[in-house]
Write a protein that binds this ligand. Structure first.
Ligand SMILES: NC(=O)C1=CN([C@@H]2O[C@H](COP(=O)(O)OP(=O)(O)OC[C@H]3O[C@@H](n4cnc5c(N)ncnc54)[C@H](O)[C@@H]3O)[C@@H](O)[C@H]2O)C=CC1
Ligand SMILES: NCCCC(=O)O
Length: 504
């Protein structure tokens, strides 16, 4: 079997401003774009400078004037059309076009085409969901004495900035832009410099769907470009997905301009497996919690606490299935684990495994580099998914976010102990529990200090559900109705129906 892996090269500019792909007006250094599956350089782009950021902001401000005056239903129709265009890529047009977005995501990120398709589905569902909410964005009427009254208006914020990570490039761009645009805002989006491609595709789709020119702009670059965005005086809000250290910097920069922020940061989430679980589901859940997108998922349940009675059976089954995961060319239909995002990241993950061994953990399977047979893939960033046993809570692999395919198994005896250990982390993004005991399931998730909890499943992402963290995993919410609050502000209008009674 062969695939298109190893054939793509970037031809078009990756910035998008005022309704067109453009080269940035100024810039610092240029960045290479890699194809993780082969390690090939597929192109380069110039990181946007201060002048380009200002042009993008001015263009977004002009579009905001038009878009914010539209009714919710008018905005809804445009978002629905954008969702339809993306779906059409999947279902109604030729095979070539059908897979276009997912293919680009796979080429640029390294994840399997199978998963990339799911990501793109979740992305158009997000646009569809917020299209549905746009028309019902409304305030309140409040009766006051003497026939006076007040009402509230839910208004957009203005030009919002979205800064994204590299693990779900298209999906993160949609999760931020869909509620932002539904509320009447404009957005400037900066993807990770490692995955610059698919956000521009989204910009083109928005234009085709009928958003005003400049409503959704894309600027490319790394930290410096992100800083220009956060410091720009005409930016009203920053929504960030990425690591905790960068999240702290974003908050500091935004604080200077008193700009609201949404922070979707990292995690080290617990998954608690009780001995009364349906073992088959718990094993599947543990794999879902650890190995999607090569383990590069913020809400992964990487600390797998297993009740001692079933530790051996559970571990044996998890190891058996992990060894069967098909690694390799991510564009092949039957591949379930592609390449990690970059060579430095692969080395970092390998470093965590080495350190885990030094600290006494036992590699139960995987953990080594993987070299596919296909010669074109020999420089790709592959590794075998890894399960670690003999783990303790004080080990680095159990305390720190690895962001790779590494599961740590930790035995426990009692519910109380499991909950206490699960919460013993500065992170609080997600958590999960597998048990047949319905009361215990709800008791445990109520006690977990985490923003997104799963009972008897893990890592599903329906767009209707608010998603976000507790503690150092951030604040604010994406998805669900909740996100609308983070992209709008409340104005109160107090109406006098009589004469003014002055105290002077
Ligand atoms: N909670 C969530 O929803 C998610 C969280 N993450 C977290 O993201 C991390 C991995 O993603 P990375 O891209 O490596 O994170 P990162 O923090 O290095 O970069 C994220 C984004 O911030 C930009 N950036 C970096 N320094 C900046 C600065 N000083 N000012 C402004 N922008 C700056 C980057 O260019 C990139 O676009 C992991 O910790 C992961 O857990 C990833 C996906 C989802
Ligand atoms: N579909 C899961 C998204 C989580 C993340 O962005 O890492």
């Amino acid at each position: 079997m062969s695939s298109a892996t190893g054939t793509f090269s970037l031809q078009q500019p990756l910035n998008y401003r005022a309704g067109a792909r453009v080269q940035p007006a100024d810039g610092g250094h240029s960045e290479e774009v890699h194809e993780p599956a082969t390690g090939r350089v597929i192109g380069k782009f110039l990181c946007s400078g201060e002048k380009e950021i200002d042009l993008a902001v001015q263009s977004a401000k002009a579009a905001f004037k038009i878009w914010s005056q539209k009714s919710g239903m008018e905005r809804s129709r445009v978002l629905l059309e954008a969702a339809r265009i993306i779906r059409a890529c999947f279902f109604w047009i030729s095979e070539e076009q059908r897979d276009e977005i997912a293919k680009m995501e796979t080429i640029n990120n390294g994840k399997s085409i199978f998963e990339a398709r799911v990501d793109v589905d979740i992305s158009w569902q997000s646009l569809e969901y917020y299209a549905g909410l746009a028309g019902s964005l409304a305030g309140q009427h409040i009766q006051l004495p003497g026939g006076c009254f007040a009402y509230t208006r839910r208004e957009p914020l203005g030009v919002c900035v979205g800064i994204g990570a590299w693990n779900y490039p298209f999906q993160i761009a949609c999760w931020k832009s869909a509620p932002a645009l539904a509320c009447g805002n404009a957005m400037i989006y900066k993807p990770s410099p490692l995955t610059p491609i698919s956000a521009v595709m989204l910009a083109e789709i928005f234009s085709k769907a009928g958003v005003p020119k400049g409503l959704f702009n894309v600027v490319q670059g790394g930290a410096a470009t992100g800083q220009f965005l956060c410091h720009h005086p005409d930016v009203a809000k920053v929504s960030f997905t990425g690591s905790v250290p960068t999240g702290i910097k974003i908050m500091e920069m935004s604080a200077k301009g008193v700009k609201p922020v949404t922070l979707e940061l990292g995690g080290k989430s617990p998954l608690i497996i009780f001995s009364d679980c349906v073992l088959e589901n718990a094993v599947k859940g543990a794999l879902m919690a650890n190995f999607l997108t090569q383990g590069e998922v913020c809400c992964n349940g990487t600390r797998v606490f297993v009740q001692r009675e079933i530790l051996d059976t559970f571990t044996k089954e998890v190891v058996k299935r992990t060894q069967k995961i098909k690694i390799g060319d991510p564009l092949l239909e039957d591949t379930r684990m592609g390449a990690l995002i970059s060579q430095p990241h692969l080395e970092r993950v390998q470093g965590f495994i080495k350190q885990a061994k030094e600290q006494g953990a036992k590699v139960l399977c995987g953990g080594n580099l993987y070299v596919p047979d296909d010669p074109k893939l020999k420089n790709g960033y592959y590794m075998q998914p890894c399960v670690l046993g003999n783990c303790r809570d004080d080990m680095t692999c159990v305390k720190e976010e690895i962001f790779g395919p590494v599961m740590s198994i930790l035995p426990f005896d009692t519910e109380e102990e499991a909950v206490e250990r699960a919460n013993n982390t500065p992170f609080g993004l997600a958590g999960g529990v597998f048990t047949r005991d319905i009361q215990r399931a709800h008791r445990v998730v109520a006690a977990l200090q985490a923003g997104m909890c799963f009972i008897n499943n893990y890592n599903i992402s329906p767009v209707e559900l608010p998603f976000g963290g507790y503690k150092m995993s951030g604040f604010g919410r994406e998805n669900g109705k909740a996100a609308m609050e983070y992209y709008s502000q409340l104005k109160t209008v107090c109406v006098e129906m009589g004469d003014v009674e002055s105290v002077f």
